[in-house]
Write a protein of this length. Structure first.
Length: 641
């Protein structure tokens, strides 16, 4: 199918007269746009004729090069378009790494076929299938990042994070679920590999089961020299790989906590939307970090110490509950405007406050219900989230709903002023909204209903189905209204578009806890500072500084902002003494209630300046304080089922 994507008014001759009233200086040239034709077939829900064979050589771990031979059956001589996946589920934006595809040569019957890259969609390659050809063969390499500034590192001498979308092309014109494919991967000798797809293993070669292209792309693989697998339930397993085999020494109690996560999730949602599920856990400081949901697996990247430093704090243990909850929220139930038939069709993100926001909500609930993270640490983490968003002034101009566009706008590039620009706030502010929803359900039903009723009604349908069921805002509001009558549509519209001062934290108070500040940081707050190697003074002057003095965050309109501090500054001295985080904290504490500012010597490039931090509130750290006595809504929410 050929679709013309230009209005008829633009298909005029380039010498056509200018519209009446156009302001063009006399004598200046004034061209008209050249029309273009979208020559890429639109996806149709019809089966592709034949099964693609995808062979991947993943043995060149030193240089990070994946070598691909892909054989694509063809039915007749015709013009054909091959696509590299661009709009990737879970990325919420066009982030397919087409820049890393190299060496593409296409042949048929041993004879080379010239390809032409589409001039508009650069992830598309046009070819002419010759007469008599039964298949075309594409050979290429995926030259993965070897340094962090090139992208996420996916291959090291001890581990591979293999995402099938990076090592495959697919024929345009079909829904991806209608394209059969069978993948074979050769790994380094002695390695093992784990993923959602079953495989026949012969030496270092894994021949994966035939599936469709949608399922293949949704089935990443983690392989490595050192790996260990635990069966958590008959249908769910934890597959961990590490640079150092000592990192795999999980205790029975630690494994049991992950087992309870699976059990509590199934009880919470009332159904399971997978035939089998694998937690893929990389424990490494060499492979790039990741947290990415899939229907029957999840990619979870943590730094060393996940098991061996378990008692040092919750670390990144929230990651697995979050990604596991996505099997229900985001994979099985998906916003109607973010579901697409292929990986070229743009996704729209208007419902990410459900997809990610409610998943963020359930991630914290499930970590507490399972005991993966203690209830107290969970309460302290809630306090940090509440305080952060309550201190951000950007809600005055940019509403929560607009942040669902951020994955496309910013592509997750670093920002200098997140407190004013906002980022992907639909995650944690979405969590606050869903806590508010829970508290209202409890309040209006006299304690007989809660968000658990929503979870079972919305996500607990069609047990065993691991397709996708889409929804709209009206579907969300309708489900809530069936549980407890209320103007949920109006409520959600207000919450998503309001410009109120402060974050929506009232739900915590309704559920029995209020946000307060003390001069002592919670253990989880301290652990986060230690892990990130920072002093977090967001609530004690409005800035974050690294242990070497580099400022990594400044809150808009805070005392630090008023003093002229900015991201990239390096604090050299505090009140005339060499900088240390403890010395800075001591100075801020000493300035409480006084009128003298803390004097900071700051380096910016080759320049030095003195900054007067005129803040006198002392050290302030967020905590949750229980309201009243007895069990509140939040206590019941976090209790095991």
């Amino acid at each position: 199918m050929i679709r013309r994507i230009l209005a008829a008014t633009l298909l005029c001759s380039t010498s056509a007269p200018l519209p009446v009233g156009a302001q063009v200086p006399a004598g200046n040239s004034a061209p008209q746009p050249v029309p273009f034709v979208d020559a890429i077939p639109a996806p149709r829900d019809v089966r592709y004729p034949g099964t693609i064979r995808l062979d991947v050589d993943a043995t060149d771990t030193q240089r990070g090069i994946l070598r691909v031979v892909e054989t694509i059956p063809v039915a007749k001589a015709e013009r054909m378009t091959l696509l590299f996946p661009k709009w990737l589920p879970g990325a919420h934006s066009p982030r397919g790494e087409i820049d890393k595809l190299a060496g593409l040569v296409i042949t048929a019957g041993g004879k080379r076929i010239d390809w032409t890259r589409d001039p508009v969609d650069v992830t598309a390659f046009h070819i002419q299938v010759p007469a008599g050809a039964k298949a075309v063969e594409a050979r290429f390499q995926f030259v993965s990042a070897t340094k962090a500034d090139q992208g996420r590192i996916v291959m090291t001498p001890t581990m591979i994070s293999l995402q099938p979308n990076s090592v495959s092309l697919y024929p345009a014109g079909h829904f991806t679920r209608q394209i059969p494919v069978q993948m074979t991967v050769r790994y380094p000798d002695g390695w093992t590999a784990s993923g959602a797809l079953a495989a026949k293993v012969t030496g270092a070669t894994y021949a994966y089961e035939t599936t469709n292209y949608e399922v293949l792309v949704d089935s990443p693989i983690l392989a490595g020299k050192y790996g260990k697998v635990w069966d958590l339930t008959p249908r769910v397993r934890l597959a961990a790989y590490a640079d150092d085999p000592a990192e795999l020494a999980a205790t029975p109690a630690q494994v049991d906590a992950h087992r309870r996560l699976v059990e509590q999730s199934a009880k919470t949602f009332g159904a399971q939307h997978y035939d089998r599920y694998t937690f893929l856990l990389s424990i490494t400081d060499q492979l790039g970090g990741i947290g990415l949901e899939h229907h029957r697996s999840s990619e979870n990247g943590v730094t060393p110490g996940y098991f061996t430093k378990w008692n040092d704090g919750p670390g990144r243990r929230n990651l697995l509950p979050h990604e596991f909850a996505h099997s229900w929220d985001g994979k099985f139930r998906r916003g109607a405007d973010s579901w697409t038939p292929d990986y070229r069709t743009p996704m729209r993100n208007s419902l990410l406050w459900v997809y990610e926001g409610q998943t963020q909500f359930w991630g914290y609930v499930l970590q507490a219900r399972s005991g993966l993270v203690s209830k107290q640490d969970t309460l302290d983490q809630y306090a940090a989230i509440m305080a952060l968003y309550d201190s951000q002034p950007a809600r005055a101009w940019r509403d929560l709903l607009d942040t669902t566009n951020d994955p496309i706008i910013s592509q997750r590039r670093p920002k200098g002023w997140t407190s004013w620009q906002r980022s992907e706030d639909y995650y944690n502010e979405g969590l606050l909204v869903w806590m508010d929803v829970d508290s209202l359900l409890r309040e209006k039903s006299g304690g007989t209903k809660s968000i658990d009723d929503f979870a079972r009604a919305f996500f607990g349908i069609r047990d065993g189905d691991w397709g996708e069921v889409t929804y709209t805002l009206d579907d969300v509001a309708g489900t809530l209204n069936a549980i407890q009558p209320y103007d949920w549509k109006g409520y959600l519209d207000r919450r998503l578009t309001e410009h109120a001062k402060g974050a929506p934290i009232d739900g915590f108070a309704r559920n029995g806890y209020r946000l307060v500040y003390t001069d002592m940081a919670a253990p989880s707050f301290k652990a986060n500072e230690a892990t990130r190697k920072i002093a977090d003074l967001t609530f004690s002057g409005g800035f974050v500084v690294g242990t070497t003095g580099e400022v990594s965050g400044v809150t808009w309109d805070s005392p630090a902002f008023a003093a002229g501090m900015t991201v990239g500054d390096t604090i050299q001295a505090v009140n005339g003494d060499a900088f240390t985080p403890d010395r800075l904290k001591t100075a801020i504490a000493a300035a409480k209630g006084t009128k003298e500012p803390v004097q900071l010597t700051v380096k910016d490039g080759d320049r030095f300046r003195t900054v007067a931090l005129d803040y006198h509130g002392g050290l302030r750290y967020p905590r949750l304080e229980k309201i009243g006595t007895g069990e509140g809504g939040l206590d019941r929410l976090l209790a095991p089922r």
